[in-house]
Ligand binder design. Structure first.
Ligand code: BGC
Length: 442
């Protein structure tokens, strides 16, 4: 981006945030062979994966300066990032994912990585959905790391074997397994009541009842009519049913605690993105021996995805060369393979070899490779909607979950009116994110 254009963008940002321009001045540091990276990978598995990236960056002679902000699904990291940018102290690289990439790029703050992408032939190397996700207005503005599968049901394989329970593939199977487990005195499901974790279970149930097309209608296109659909009522009812299977449904705990409880056998099943697999590995649990995973019942043919990405802040361009090296390094086949093995995700590269993956990753990679019609963008992980819509929808689902007195029809009415309001707002904003970032509408 030309520097005069960049200045214009800063003036625009200052106006947008109602800040005096002097507050937005950019730090002028000398180029140094180190990059500060802001992210929310603080669990053991996540740290392991960040260390892999740091090692690949070190191969380029660049130090990874870690700025990790705790908080599952990036709640804290998002806030810290916003305040740091406002203070004129943006990190060099940051984990920004999904629709948020477009929001930051629209402000002109992200480094364009077109040179790296062209040299590395990213167009051909990446799955089309990932390729579109890292582009904004025709420019590549983020480097992709790995693809997570959110529709993952973990189950305790030893327990299932001992009780002679088959891993559930359909909703009736799921109900049957829950009944058998309860009869044996085992809690079927571990679940935290943290809003994003409740919404994770819910988006899974919605995909199972409605399929990807209906899922997009509700969460991406945000159609108020879709909120009146009986498929939403059914997903809400199922959320309430599963609440009855949970260990302590009202307990609010980090996802890492829920993983620990599952690993100790306190409950037999757990619905979570496949980063939980990495965490189970770190706890000494082996896939297919101690635990296994299947797609959430009813979503076998679908892939509810979240793609991790690193974006680079332009700042004063002094770190551009190091930032480009980071983007290049994370896309190398070796880094892709090592990172995903540590993180529980699968590579974003189409030339990855599924034969080298564990059973859970292989199923995820093959599912994702089926293409856009089988894919659904995770609302919780910012793949489907902007931050405001995401938060508002999650709050409604959480309210329904916490209060058994709220009927599904009431939540449907509230969601319909929420979507109507969000539609009005997004129509007012010309060139809204929905138009540019809806990668799965094809
Ligand atoms: C990120 C993952 C992370 C998870 C839990 C997701 O939004 O994509 O990388 O492990 O949140 O914090």
């Amino acid at each position: 981006m030309h520097k005069s254009h960049r200045r214009l963008q800063i003036v625009r940002l200052a106006r947008l945030l109602s800040l005096p321009l002097m507050l937005m001045s950019l730090p002028a540091q000398a180029a140094a062979p180190s990059l500060q990276v802001l992210h929310w990978w603080t669990s053991a598995g996540e740290r392991h994966a960040a260390n892999v990236l740091a090692a690949r960056l070190a191969d380029e002679g660049i130090t990874w300066q870690d700025a990790a902000i705790p908080g599952g699904a990036g709640l804290g990291a998002g806030k810290v990032l916003r305040s740091r940018v406002l203070a004129g102290n943006a990190p060099d690289a940051t984990q920004i994912i999904g629709v948020s990439i477009g929001e930051w790029a629209e402000l002109g703050l992200l480094l364009e990585l077109d040179g790296v992408a062209t040299a590395g032939n990213w167009n051909k190397a990446l799955f089309p959905t990932v390729r579109d996700l890292v582009r904004h207005r025709g420019h590549v503005v983020a480097a992709p790391l790995g693809i997570h599968r959110i529709n993952t049901l973990f189950y305790n394989s030893k327990l299932f074997e001992r009780l002679n329970i088959a891993p559930p593939a359909t909703w009736p199977d799921f109900e049957k397994a829950a009944r058998q487990l309860r009869a044996a005195g085992v809690a079927p499901l571990v679940q935290s009541s943290e809003p994003w974790q409740v919404a994770t279970l819910f988006e899974n149930l919605l995909l199972a009842t409605g399929g990807p097309e209906y899922y997009r209608e509700l969460f991406v296109r945000q159609s108020p009519q879709a909120a009146a659909d009986p498929r939403l009522a059914q997903a809400l009812q199922r959320l309430r049913t599963t609440k009855g299977w949970m260990l302590n449904p009202a307990d609010e705990q980090p996802w890492t605690e829920a993983v620990k409880r599952f690993s100790r056998g306190e409950a037999a099943m757990f619905v979570m993105g496949d980063w939980a697999k990495a965490e189970l590995n770190e706890l000494g649990q082996a896939i297919d021996a101690d635990f296994s995973c299947v797609p959430l019942p009813g979503t076998d043919n679908y892939h509810l995805y979240s793609v991790d990405t690193l974006a680079m802040f332009v700042n004063d361009y002094t770190h551009q060369s190091a930032q480009e090296k980071l983007a290049k390094a994370v896309m190398s086949p070796l880094a892709q393979q090592q990172y995903s093995a540590a993180k529980g995700s699968v590579p974003v590269r189409r030339d990855a070899n599924p034969a080298t993956m564990d059973s859970c990753a292989r199923s995820s990679w093959r599912g994702f490779a089926r293409g856009a019609a089988a894919q659904a963008p995770s609302l919780v992980h910012r793949m489907a909607a902007d931050e405001e819509s995401r938060d508002a929808i999650i709050a409604e689902v959480h309210r329904f979950y916490m209060d058994d007195g709220v009927m599904a029809a009431e939540t449907q009415r509230r969601l319909a009116s929420l979507l109507r309001t969000l539609n009005l707002r997004s129509h007012k904003q010309q060139g809204s994110q929905h138009a540019t970032q809806d990668t799965d509408r094809r």
